[in-house]
Design a protein around this ligand. Sequence first.
Ligand SMILES: NC(=O)c1ccc[n+]([C@@H]2O[C@H](COP(=O)([O-])OP(=O)(O)OC[C@H]3O[C@@H](n4cnc5c(N)ncnc54)[C@H](O)[C@@H]3O)[C@@H](O)[C@H]2O)c1
Length: 250
Amino acid sequence: MTHHAHRFTGYTVVVTGAGAGIGRATAEQLLAEGSRVIAVDVSEERLATLAQEVDGDLVAVVADITDPSGIDAILATTGERIDGLANVAGIMDGFEPTAEISDATWDRVLAVNLTGMMRLTRAVLPRMLERGRGSIVNVGSEAGLRGSAAGTPYTTSKHAVNGFTVSTAFFYTPKGVRCNAVAPGPVATSIEAPFRSEWAQTRIGPLLQTNLPAVARPDQLSSAITWLLSEDASNVSGAIIPVDGGWAAI
Ligand SMILES: NC(=O)c1ccc[n+]([C@@H]2O[C@H](COP(=O)([O-])OP(=O)(O)OC[C@H]3O[C@@H](n4cnc5c(N)ncnc54)[C@H](O)[C@@H]3O)[C@@H](O)[C@H]2O)c1
């Protein structure tokens, strides 16, 4: 991984899902490049491990982004200046096709992947608009680009992330706030994705076996996320960028 020494000096960047996987890699890279990082995760244990293992200006906030009090807790720690927001926290479904969706899975997947992202972005935006600058990066998925990468709840949530991203970019780019998304393919993280549907296994299983690109390292995602957060991407807004080893080209 390449570190660009001074890209984030003086910055404050909020990273959700910072306790594991892509969020953790993003927090680590930002810290290494001089940012103050507000590291958000629902897991206290994972944040404690992160705090032990990294150097730099880290503020750990144990919060659930689906809970309005969690959003308040995050905003209480940032200070007035927020340069970047990386909405990384997300959960998978159990590969359920529509006829097999439980209300609990639907509600939780949409709450974390979409509504939590909206609530935190809504809360952070006024501070960015006040200064007339900011960069928001949402983590979508290959499942936001096609119908064959997950179950229906997750696929729906990630397509919605794309809409949330372009609409936010449309409204706020003229005011200095950019908004983009990355769409990862498979990444080696701690996300759980059990097949809970026989039909999904039959229908998707063979496609994954033939089309799935190599599993990426989390830092192969964080390098794209930090690029979008940085001034290197100053003319990029409203983009949904596949970072998927070429899967979207299939
Ligand atoms: N791993 C992949 O193959 C893959 C592929 C495409 C997209 N993604 C997306 O990447 C993002 C990060 O996933 P990952 O693979 O790094 O997963 P991960 O499970 O390793 O990390 C996600 C972190 O988010 C935290 N989290 C979950 N719900 C939360 C909540 N309500 N509030 C705060 N924190 C919460 C978890 O505790 C966890 O530490 C997700 O949006 C996921 O959908 C992952």
